[in-house]
Design a binder for this molecule. Structure first.
Ligand SMILES: NC(=O)C1=CN([C@@H]2O[C@H](COP(=O)(O)OP(=O)(O)OC[C@H]3O[C@@H](n4cnc5c(N)ncnc54)[C@H](O)[C@@H]3O)[C@@H](O)[C@H]2O)C=CC1
Ligand SMILES: O=C(O)C(=O)CO
Length: 382
């Protein structure tokens, strides 16, 4: 028997029962659901990560849809329970959905939503922040000041790397990888090398045009190159940022061998998913190469870190906050709620998950569609 969990209820007489496994930022998402006759139940349990049993208890006997989090294990057990309870839709409040077994969802006819686009710039900005913080040793310097160790300017104090004219490498030049590349190229006049399974024509055009602009103004132009292998990026780039999806092809993409291929004083940033890096190998590499620096937002066994990582002065570590701006988090909540609502109401799936702006304008009603359903094709409603 699943144990009861604490909830907060909005619009108790609503016809459709929608459960959110966590309180989410803003109220627009709640209002949009209530306006369409949903009873909204929000889990207010104090524990951060809900177990499958907790979520089973939330789903109960009748549930039309669930908004869940990337920390939860959405597989066979939960999708079968949701389907038994009459549920049509689940949405992650995240763009990444490696915590979701989409095949299991397909088996039970449950739509799986995610929240692309609204977090692109916010996530890229955190990757850029970590790049700068690592290049200029900001966290080490901050700790030094707070410890009362500053006793005057010195020529060698916290000397770091100049980004201008160096090469930024992007692995996974999708929405976020491309946004990050543009920030680093335009903001710091870095040259770009990228690796992705697909060509990023828009990104290439952007760098070409910016290079021409610089040249016309008498400055050295920036350049771009699409690498034919990830190794090329690792060997050549001074700053490397990881932005692929997490799947079988990207698990431990950065491992002992690939770390060795990188420059001794390179900077590695990860705002994608922890398991893209073999974290134990990274700790060894950081220990053996004090000039090598890393900025991590995500960890292999979140919320834990591999032994030794927290002691590394050449690592900057933050707790999975890359999408944590107010506008973005409220927007993610809205998109997740509208994914679920759209399926409940029988709306079509939005035609382009890369263009979700119409759902985010608070001054107008959102389109009658689910913004992003990743298994729409498999369920026959693309
Ligand atoms: N740290 C955080 O808070 C956040 C993390 N993320 C992570 O970032 C990921 C990317 O998000 P978006 O840019 O919106 O997705 P996207 O789908 O636009 O981009 C992913 C890119 O990775 C590429 N890719 C896939 N396999 C690859 C491989 N083996 N080698 C090289 N490239 C490969 C794809 O072709 C695609 O261009 C998400 O799946 C999520 O896991 C996203 C938002 C916030
Ligand atoms: O959206 C995602 O995939 C995250 O990791 C959180 O924003």
């Amino acid at each position: 028997m699943a144990k009861p969990v604490q909830i907060e209820v909005w619009n108790p007489n609503g016809k459709y029962r929608v459960v959110s496994t966590k309180p989410m930022p803003g109220t627009r998402w709640i209002n949009l659901l209530i306006e369409q006759d949903c009873r909204v139940e929000i889990c207010t349990e104090k524990k951060t990560i809900l177990s499958v049993e907790d979520i089973l208890a939330l789903i109960g006997d009748k549930c039309d849809g669930v908004i869940g989090q990337l920390t939860e294990d959405w597989g066979e057990v939960l999708f079968s329970a949701l389907s038994r309870a009459g549920g049509k839709a689940f949405s992650n409040m995240a763009v990444g959905y490696n915590n979701v077994d989409v095949n299991a969802a397909n088996k039970y006819g449950v739509a799986v939503g995610n929240t692309p686009g609204v977090l692109t710039e916010t996530t890229a900005e955190l990757a850029a922040s970590l790049s700068l913080a690592a290049a200029r040793r900001i966290v080490e310097a901050d700790e030094f000041m707070r410890a009362g160790r500053y006793d005057g300017w010195l020529p060698n104090l916290f000397v770091g790397n100049l980004l201008k004219g160096q090469t930024v490498g992007v692995i996974g030049a999708g929405r976020i990888g491309s946004a990050y590349a543009r920030m680093m190229v335009e903001g710091f006049k870095m040259n770009l090398i990228y690796f992705d399974l697909y060509q990023s024509t828009r990104l290439e055009k952007f760098v070409t045009a910016y290079g021409e602009f610089l040249k016309a103004n008498g400055e050295a132009p920036v350049t771009w190159r699409r690498a034919s292998s990830m190794d090329e990026v690792l060997r050549e780039a001074d700053v490397i940022s990881l932005h692929p999806v997490l799947d079988k092809t990207t698990f431990h993409l950065v491992n002992k061998e690939s770390l060795k291929a990188m420059k001794k004083d390179a900077i590695l940033i990860n705002c994608s998913r922890g398991p893209v890096i073999d974290e134990a190998a990274l700790v060894d590499h950081l220990r053996d190469n004090p000039m090598f620096r890393v900025g991590l937002d995500v960890f292999e066994d979140e919320p834990y870190m591999k032994p030794g990582l927290a002691d590394m002065k050449n690592a900057i570590i933050v707790p999975h906050i890359a999408s944590a701006s107010k506008w973005t988090r409220e927007g993610m909540a809205t998109l997740a709620a509208l994914n679920v609502l759209g399926k409940i109401k029988g709306y079509p799936v939005w035609s382009d998950p890369n263009r979700v702006e119409p759902f985010l304008d608070e001054n107008v009603s959102p389109p009658a569609a689910s913004p992003s359903i990743v298994n729409a094709k498999a369920l026959g409603n693309a």
